[in-house]
Design a protein around this ligand. Structure first.
Ligand code: G3H
Length: 481
């Protein structure tokens, strides 16, 4: 509610994925701590958001679009002053490389500017009057109420803001809970929220999500739930709302994107794009290619070149130049990935590259596992880490059937040179997933493209314009002519 509060209650230590040598071997370095707030503070924050919205009569939801934009522009100015601090925390809290941390920050600032521009367009369109059958209608976009925003650990700044910023700009009031890994980097920005927006518009809550978020959902006073995270968590949170039929959900969830390498593919291009698609940020991207299907006739050639390139990846600390493989923030992830590899090996698969799957402290060396088949964890589970399952196929129907029968439907990448064949695949595939990439890796950007998914992968659509739509409703002011 526009106050910075001192906290003398219990706190949670934030341990970096970066390990330093302690008396008992490598230990995760302590970066700082955050308050373990309780239901009481969460409900106070909710009261503040509800009061600031005031059933749509508050200062913020009734403020002109140009004044809201002016507040956001002031916020960007203050955000830029914190760039170095936020970038450092991205490296320490989630192990993102210096280059990618800078990219995440800059991309977020660009996103905010693009969203402001899109809002100006929407506002201009809204101020045009439509006259029909003796009625003058002004079609507007109006806010929805109180929005609860939760972002993921892999893009703790960027993806939290891709929901938070459009929600605020549309005149809603918000509560946001930073992700468990990637919490502290939000601290330096809180003062900017406090000073750039009216009281109660932006409220930050800490503490364990499993404790405080159910309380918020059960209150029935959240109008929009927006989460970038797991399908399981989203389902259970939605069910907690007493009037879930009135809750709008804007969700970006699990995905198991497939890469398909056709027999006539340009193998060098496929290798280059699959490297980016599978192993950027250690494979910890919802849009990562998480399984590669390769036609048996080119499987050996692809695996040899792909493994050679994987072997060249340089592990190291996030701030070291040229590093591509960094420590993983989730403490249980190395064990999970090892289990997946061991299970595949027990069923006849092998790690194709040198040192793949070796665990050192919180590092997992990238592993190419082949041939992966039905029944293995790596076939269906979203590994979200540096392990690349590769499946051979003889008939294109096999990977197509894999996509059709999946619970997820976010993206697919097809590699091939026969343009007619590729053209014939586009409609069937884009009717299963939300983006088809041709001779290109799976990815979210450019951020002005709609970002969504089918089946369990998403609800609603994010990006610039689409997110402004997601956090608003079209309304009409109609006057008899
Ligand atoms: O983790 C999910 C992100 O939306 C991925 O974004 O494709 O730009 O890495 P990206």
């Amino acid at each position: 509610n526009g106050e910075m509060r001192a906290w003398d209650g219990p706190t949670t230590d934030v341990l970096s994925p970066v390990c330093l040598t302690g008396p008992n071997g490598p230990e995760r370095k302590l970066v700082g701590s955050y308050p373990v707030t309780t239901d009481r503070e969460a409900l106070e924050a909710l009261d503040a958001a509800v009061a600031a919205y005031d059933n749509g009569r508050g200062e913020w939801p009734t403020m002109s679009v140009s004044d809201r934009i002016a507040c956001m522009e002031r916020f960007i100015g203050k955000m830029l002053e914190q760039k170095t601090t936020v970038v450092n925390l991205l490296m320490w809290e989630i192990g993102k490389t210096l280059g990618d941390s800078i990219k995440e920050f800059d991309r977020t600032v660009t996103y905010i500017y693009d969203t402001i521009d899109a809002l100006k367009d929407i506002d201009r369109a809204g101020s045009r009057f439509k006259i029909e059958e003796g009625i003058i209608g002004q079609i507007r976009r109006s806010p929805l109420g109180v929005v609860l925003c939760m972002g993921p650990f892999n893009y703790p700044l960027n993806e939290t803001y891709t929901t938070l910023i459009p929600a605020i700009l549309m005149g809603n009031t918000v509560l946001f809970k930073p992700p468990k890994h990637g919490t502290l980097l939000h601290y330096p920005l809180l003062e900017a929220f406090r000073t750039c927006f009216p009281k109660g518009v932006v409220n930050t809550i800490y503490g364990r999500g499993a404790n405080v978020v159910p309380t918020l959902m059960q209150s029935g006073r959240i109008n929009v739930l927006t989460l970038i995270g797991s399908s399981r968590v989203a389902d259970s949170l939605k069910k907690m709302h007493p009037k879930s039929n009135r809750l709008r959900a804007v969700l970006s969830l699990d995905a198991k994107n497939a890469g398909i390498i056709l027999p006539d593919a340009d193998i060098e291009l496929a290798v280059k794009e699959c490297m980016l698609g599978t192993l950027s940020f250690n494979g910890q991207r919802c849009t990562a290619i998480k399984i590669i299907w390769v036609h048996r006739s080119v499987a050996d050639q692809f695996l040899r070149r792909f493994s050679e390139e994987v072997n060249k990846l340089k592990p190291g600390m996030p701030w070291e130049p040229g590093v591509q493989i960094t420590p993983l923030p989730e403490p249980q992830k190395p064990q999970y990935l090892t289990d997946c590899i061991r299970e595949a090996e027990a069923q006849g698969a092998a790690v194709m590259n040198k040192g793949g799957g070796v665990v050192e402290a919180s590092f997992v060396m990238p592993a190419v596992v082949y041939p992966v088949q039905k029944g293995m964890k790596l076939y269906r589970e979203e590994q979200f880490g540096p392990v690349v399952p590769v499946v051979p196929f003889d008939d294109l129907e096999e990977p197509i059937d894999y996509i059709i029968t999946a619970d997820h439907g976010q993206q697919v990448s097809i590699f091939g040179t026969d343009t007619e064949q590729i053209a014939s695949l586009i409609d069937p595939l884009v009717n299963q997933v939300s983006r088809v990439n041709i001779n290109a890796q799976c990815q979210r950007g450019p951020d002005t493209f709609p970002f969504t998914g089918r089946k369990d992968s998403a609800e609603g659509t994010l990006s610039v314009e689409d997110a402004l739509r997601a956090f608003s409703i079209r309304t009409v002011v109609a006057t008899k002519n």
